[in-house]
Ligand binder design. Sequence first.
Ligand SMILES: [Zn+2]
Length: 334
Amino acid sequence: MNTSTCKKCILDAKTPGISINPDTGLCQFCEHYTPISEEKKEEARLRMNALFKSPPGEGKYDVIFALSGGMDSCNTLYRLKSEYPHLKILAVQFDNGFISDTALENAKKFCDLTKSTYFRLALDESKLRDTFKRAALSMDAFPGFAKYRASDICNTCISIIKQKITEKALATKSPFIVFAFSPGQTKTPFIALKKPFMVWTRKLFEEQLETMGVKDREPYLMDKKILKATSPETEVTIIHPYLVWGYDKQKIREECIRIGWIEPDLNDRNSSNCLLNAFAIQNHRQKYHIHPYAYDLSALVRQGYMGREEAKKKINAGLSKSSIEEIQRQLHLS
Ligand SMILES: [Zn+2]
């Protein structure tokens, strides 16, 4: 019975740490799953509305927005500005050296449409390449659970984004940070960041970089001086709107395309959002026998946001061999 797949989601017993109950046919996550109550949903809706309706207004911006140029983040930016036109938004796109032209174009287009300020976060490209190479070669730099959420390369990239976006919020005294994470990628609509927590995440990521053997770590971390100058009362709230709005991928896609979002041509490896993606997935599977999307997609299926067959298709989609080889060459891994 140990090779079975969960009847409800797509997790299978071959993945380390996942077990399927032979009596129920369910994985441990589906067995213990309880949907969010209507009261809790309404509470979150009211809270988000109150925050966006009247932001404190003391900072340069109301929202620091993580914009990848992908469908989810472009759609969130558009909807946020449609519902709350008064918001002053700084949209940060992290140019990790591997984002596609399509992603850049989409990000700029949606900033124009929403009259948001665009900021391209760029760091030393050759050092970034070396960091991603070290992430690919590393084992266990991130804690167990993080391995189910994303590949080592993605975890490195998203940690840099989180550090630098928090730094931006502190530097501009902006009260909110918005990430367009799906209900599969996070469980909480709001996270209140206080100074001790920021200090802790900085230290944690610095240690993870050290484990990978990254020597020059400061550029990836929150600026020490800015953090030091932050008063202990400061609070920055991370908001994940999809956990409040719900997540209808079909509707998101339709709306995005209607507004002018350019769909990546999947046959053209240069137009997916991040060119590291296929390599990052393969690398993670080889090291840990975990598909970095399996847990997130399963959570979407469990919550009724995605069909089980659709999720299975995504997991089983072939990875472009030429794209993987190209990245291996660029990271000096071949
Ligand atoms: Zn399951």
